[in-house]
Every structure is written in structure tokens, then in C-alpha cells.
Write a protein that binds this ligand. Structure first.
Ligand code: ZN
Length: 260
């Protein structure tokens, strides 16, 4: 995928979200750290706001309380009348939309980085939701180049049937950051270091961009889902197989059949 030119408007308002899934601890730890001491995420001319998105799920160390916060930022849920009967995450989504949006408005934050972990062995992964977004393609190219030789993959979720109403979608430029493998409820130092570096390079890129630095056209390789394969199941619908030990925790992508 290639990019030739990028927007000229300066980027000013940035948020870094942790705890969208309360048991994915790298983002939770980093955001809590930056709330206490945000020196390393500050850049001249930028407002960078670290934020815990699902504090109740973080406290319980669970993915969510009532429903997945990372699926409810559609206009229907965001527009519902406030009531105690609404699921906790829908009420929280409305609060987040008020603080960082409104979604699809001029007032919305420019960029939201949403920090996630996965148990999959997919290393450093950036998630892109729009293959025509030259600004983010340039940013991802910069992050990949800066992290090298550490690999950094780009996962494109663009197809309407695969897209979901993410927390980060409140921003004009949504960026998902997914680093693994890390078990849920566990912190690994190597994963934490990688995610921290991804944010550093992303903020450096924005700083250079705002200073007027020219970025030549670039190309990045992206992965996207080609097909979902379910487990074999018995008559009751229960999973009737486990992953073969030679495949477990492996990364089996090839140029011909990329996976994720
Ligand atoms: Zn997550």
C-alpha cells in the first residue's frame, strides 16, 4: 500500500487509551504511569492525554463489565438516552464520546492510540481502518522504520463486514496498537518496552510532521483477514479439537497466505 502526500493541517489533540479491555495490562500500566509522570509523552505544541477508558473492568481485571467497550461506539449506542438501565460500557462510551469527540465532528480529537494486548504471537502490530489514509500510512512507515530490526506489522481492518465500532473511532485518525503474546492479566517487560517504543516513535513522527518535515512517498505491507476458520465442533456445538503443539504460539504467516 502506498502513500504520496499527507494533510497539511497540524495535529494538536492526541489521546492514549489504556484499559479498553481491562485485562490487557500493558496499556493499563503505561497509561497509569503517564498519568503520574507524562514527561516522555509530551511534545512541543501537542496536547497528549493519557486516559483509562474502562476503569471498572481494569479494577476487576476483566475484559469488560456488561459488554465489550470496543464494540459500542456506533451512533445508535452513542445517541441513546442516558439511563441507569444502559450497560455500563454504553454509558462509558457516551462519556468518552463527550470528552474526546463527538465522533465524526470537527471538535473530535485528532488521534487516539488505543493500547491492546493479545495472547497471539503477533509481535508489534498497528491497526489501520482506512487504506486511503495517507497520514497514518506515513506514520506507520515511520514507526516500522524506527523500530527495525524489531518487526512491526500493519493489520488492515477495512471491510465493512469486519469493521466494528471501536473506542478509538471517536478520533479523526484512529490507531489501534496490539502487542503480544501476553497472557491476560499478566505484564511482560519485553512487551511493555515494545509498546512504549511504538508510542514514542508515533509522537516523534507527529512532532516532525507539525514542524513541516517532508515525508517522501512510501509503501507499507499490510495484512488482512482472508477467511475465518472455526474449530471442528461436536453435535452440541462444543469445540472438539485443540491446536497442534507444532502450531501453538507460532507465527505461520507467509507471503502467499498471510494470517492474523
Ligand atoms: Zn483488546
Amino acid at each position: 500500500m502506498t502513500s504520496c502526500h499527507i494533510a497539511e493541517e497540524p495535529v494538536k489533540k492526541i489521546a492514549i487509551f489504556g484499559g479498553t479491555h481491562g485485562n490487557e495490562l500493558t496499556g493499563v500500566f503505561l497509561v497509569k504511569h503517564w498519568l503520574e509522570d507524562g514527561a516522555e509523552i509530551q511534545r512541543v505544541g501537542l496536547e497528549v492525554k493519557p486516559f483509562i477508558t474502562n476503569p471498572r473492568a481494569v479494577k476487576k481485571c476483566s475484559r469488560y463489565i456488561d459488554c465489550d467497550l470496543n464494540r459500542v461506539f456506533d451512533l445508535e449506542n452513542l445517541g441513546k438516552n442516558r439511563s441507569e438501565d444502559l450497560p455500563y460500557e454504553v454509558r462509558r462510551a457516551q462519556e468518552i464520546n463527550n470528552l474526546f469527540g463527538p465522533k465524526d465532528s470537527e471538535d473530535a480529537y485528532d488521534i487516539i492510540f488505543d493500547l491492546h494486548n493479545t495472547t497471539s504471537n503477533m509481535g508489534c502490530t498497528l491497526i489501520l481502518e482506512d487504506s486511503t489514509n495517507d497520514f497514518l500510512i506515513q506514520m506507520f512507515h515511520y514507526i516500522k522504520t524506527s523500530l527495525a530490526p524489531l518487526p512491526c506489522y500493519v493489520y488492515l481492518i477495512e471491510h465493512p463486514s469486519l469493521k466494528y465500532a471501536t473506542t478509538r473511532s471517536v478520533a479523526k485518525y484512529p490507531v489501534g496498537i496490539e502487542v503480544g503474546p501476553q497472557p491476560q492479566g499478566v505484564l511482560r517487560a519485553d512487551i511493555l518496552d515494545q509498546m512504549r517504543k511504538m508510542i514514542k516513535h508515533a509522537l516523534d513522527f507527529i512532532h516532525h510532521f507539525n514542524e513541516g518535515k517532508e515525508f517522501p512517498s512510501c509503501a507499507i505491507e499490510v495484512y488482512k483477514i482472508m477467511e475465518k476458520v472455526d474449530y471442528p465442533r461436536n453435535e452440541s456445538g462444543e469445540i472438539a479439537a485443540i491446536i497442534h503443539p507444532n502450531l501453538q504460539t507460532g507465527n505461520h504467516c507467509t507471503p502467499v497466505t498471510p494470517c492474523f
